[in-house]
Design a protein around this ligand. Sequence first.
Ligand SMILES: Cc1cc2nc3c(=O)[nH]c(=O)nc-3n(C[C@H](O)[C@H](O)[C@H](O)COP(=O)(O)OP(=O)(O)OC[C@H]3O[C@@H](n4cnc5c(N)ncnc54)[C@H](O)[C@@H]3O)c2cc1C
Length: 501
Amino acid sequence: MSKNEIVVVGAGIAGLTSAAILSKLGLSVTLLESHTQSGGCAGTFRRKKYIFDVGATQVAGLEEGGIHSKIFKFLDIPVPEASILNPACIVDLNDGSKPIPIWYDKNEWIREREIQFPGSSKFWQLCTLIHKSNWTFANKNPVLPVKNLWDVSQFLKALVPTNLITGILLKSTIFDLLRICGLSNDERLIQFLNLQLKLYSQEDIHNTAALYGSTVLQMSQQPHGLWHLKKSMQVLSNALEDSLKKTGVKVIFGQKINSINFDDVKKSWKVSAISNKKNFDYYADDVIYTPPPQSLLKHLENSLDHNHNYRKRIKSLPKPSGALVFYSALKKEHIKEITSYHYQVVSDELGSLFISISEEGDGRAPKGEITLIASLFTKTNEWIDLDQRDYIEKKRDYLQKISNALESQFDIASENWLHKELATPLGFERWTNRPNGIVGGLGQNPDVFGLFGLSSRTPFQGLWLCGDSIYPGEGTAGVSQSALMVSRQVLASKGIYDFNL
Ligand SMILES: Cc1cc2nc3c(=O)[nH]c(=O)nc-3n(C[C@H](O)[C@H](O)[C@H](O)COP(=O)(O)OP(=O)(O)OC[C@H]3O[C@@H](n4cnc5c(N)ncnc54)[C@H](O)[C@@H]3O)c2cc1C
């Protein structure tokens, strides 16, 4: 097998994007994916007449200057067709109070906030100030956390004077901001923030880093915004695959890598994969690894035997959540009139349910029908350790509970479901090879966010991490930023210091 400059493991958005950037710059890249299709957590699957988005349903970073747009422009491929979400979501606390639409229009959102959370404007203004400072910094593509002099130089280049002020908040949480603004007892605001933050940072107000939370709380508004892709989420991956075809990347599906070892004779990394009981070896100077870092414990076993500290570091990462996702379809006339494609509702029995409803005619369901996807977080060990009988029973029970919650929320008669099924952490493990079906990367608490996070630069020269456990975190926009960062690091390691978007 001839040697590549780069082997990328995983054709989710992180792997596709880093492979696309590096090959566009002329490096020889092979991309290995265990599944038969690309997309990972942002992929889709077909069932009967329907196309379901597996995980991600909303996309950030498609606006002019947003991370996806910047990368697509660099790759010289069209940005997939999408519409802005306005509102991005309607949050229904189900406590008898009016649901909270999160408007795209900035002024409309400010007015809504004042009605919904009287007296909270100081908190939002503080978040806006922090976010503006964060955004100027993030737009210059800093490297975080810093591990060598080049990383430090990129970090310093990105700093703006306001970062020195917001830097005081490095170890603060969203709760600290509420306290500063005298809102630490505002229960309704706190419930709303807890729901929203859990979606984007996997943590609540007490554990979400103030610097991270301030930004994610403003992603739905101008000049950013969240988008709904026409046809399906798969168009994002397909567009990146088109770029890979143009630049001659070898994309190999259906091969599951099972080990990565440094070959001392060949002086390169050897990535071993298996497909239909056949073994395949690939050699490369650099490996970009996009499965969750926890998978390294298996794939990098031999190298970790010589670096106990790194093994300890990976083992001590906070445990990410799993997800339960309900995929369903029904006739549009059989659901009450909806005014948003996304809802977050509180259910007494299930906690927070995040709901995505397809736009009629957007390609996900036949005319007159819609798909409805509802997801909630779950602890993976509550599913993985069950014997088969208990697992089947628990799955049936949750399918029913989620159906009931949706029927009552949207006035759906139980006989009107045209399709319904549930994915558990076991399903996510099968689909994405994520150990135990963990999803969404590391929770963004101050101890693992930004400077204190897991670095893309590993202690093993030429082995790089990328994806939703690496700065800046989860989401297709987040992992694209991480792909850009790792691509710049790889290039710098080869003496190309000045590539940036
Ligand atoms: C239920 C849910 C809802 C979400 N909602 C949103 C949303 O609305 N908006 C948003 O932006 N984000 C959302 N996310 C998060 C987002 O989907 C992810 O953060 C992002 O897609 C992760 O991309 P990735 O490339 O880092 O990882 P992945 O998508 O997991 O890709 C990794 C790839 O590596 C492959 N792989 C793994 N192990 C191996 C191996 N041994 N050999 C070969 N290949 C391997 C996998 O098959 C996979 O294709 C959601 C996630 C979930 C689970």
